[in-house]
Design a protein around this ligand. Sequence first.
Ligand SMILES: Nc1ncnc2c1ncn2[C@@H]1O[C@H](COP(=O)(O)OP(=O)(O)OP(=O)(O)O)[C@@H](O)[C@H]1O
Length: 321
Amino acid sequence: MQKTPPQQTDDSGLVVDGLTKSYGPKTVVDQATFMCPRGTITGFVGPNGSGKSTTIRMIVGHVLATSGTATFDGIPFRMLPEPGRTVGVLIDASAQHPGRSVQETATLAALTMGISGDRTRTCLAAVGLDSVRRKNVGALSLGMRQRLGLAIALLGSPRYLVLDEPANGLDPEGILWLREFLLGYAASSGTVLISSHQLSEIQAATSRVIVIDRGHASLSLLDEQSHQPVTRVSAADLQGLSHALTLRAVPFKPTSGGRALLAYGSPEHVGQAACAAGVPLSLLTPEEHTLEQAFRETTSGEYTGATGSDLLPLLASESAS
Ligand SMILES: Nc1ncnc2c1ncn2[C@@H]1O[C@H](COP(=O)(O)OP(=O)(O)OP(=O)(O)O)[C@@H](O)[C@H]1O
């Protein structure tokens, strides 16, 4: 069968648009829409079974999407002329043959990609596996196998890395190493999508986080948003207060008790908005708002029934569409 020529490349980064996967009547990923701009590290987090792996497998063509697209600079993974030279993929660190040595495994992967064997030494050294090159894969710890998977992902000097739970099995030192490594990779214009079910594992390395919950509409939290001040504010006239904040374009949401609002702005900014609208306040206090908190709020059911678009006005967000 003739291969359709690849679409024209652009500089759009990794764009995931409406990616959906259904198994029979069950939709496990529903309209995932987000983008990873060039030179950024994007964390992809969600509880176990939320659809991270399925999304990542669709992005790299291992699982056929029911609908939607994922493109790297405008080209779907399956249409890339030399995928290994564009996208380094780490999906299942345990997939390597246990009876082969580290060196043999890397060499075989290089051969498959048409890459010189010399490159394996560089990549194995880059991930700290130089001293165990002769060891069998079966004798490696899970953390070491993750490093080997990363070395293989790097063989083609790709400008993208798509990593599914690479921190699994890494000890605290290994996680620190991974963060440093990814930061260096992004600093040299590499683009990373990295999944984890533990936000803490990747929070320090990521500049952007996408939260997925029960396969539902993805939501991206920008780093700037997660670090911006949040103010707990209340007034006898909550409706008037909401209106005052809307007038000044201050995003807000009700607290779970419904008696106050969490406004995304400093107390000064929020106070000024209320004052300008003549709304007397009964409460105005800074609130610590971490990414961890946002993650919990997004996945704990506080927003039961809410979709990504419902949350857009509440949390700074972006969509690829
Ligand atoms: N081949 C399949 N057939 C049917 N259901 C599937 C299949 N693969 C995955 N699922 C279901 O899709 C949902 C999402 O699974 P997925 O592995 O993508 O989640 P995850 O977020 O990566 O989870 P974890 O963090 O545990 O790896 C789960 O309910 C899972 O049972």
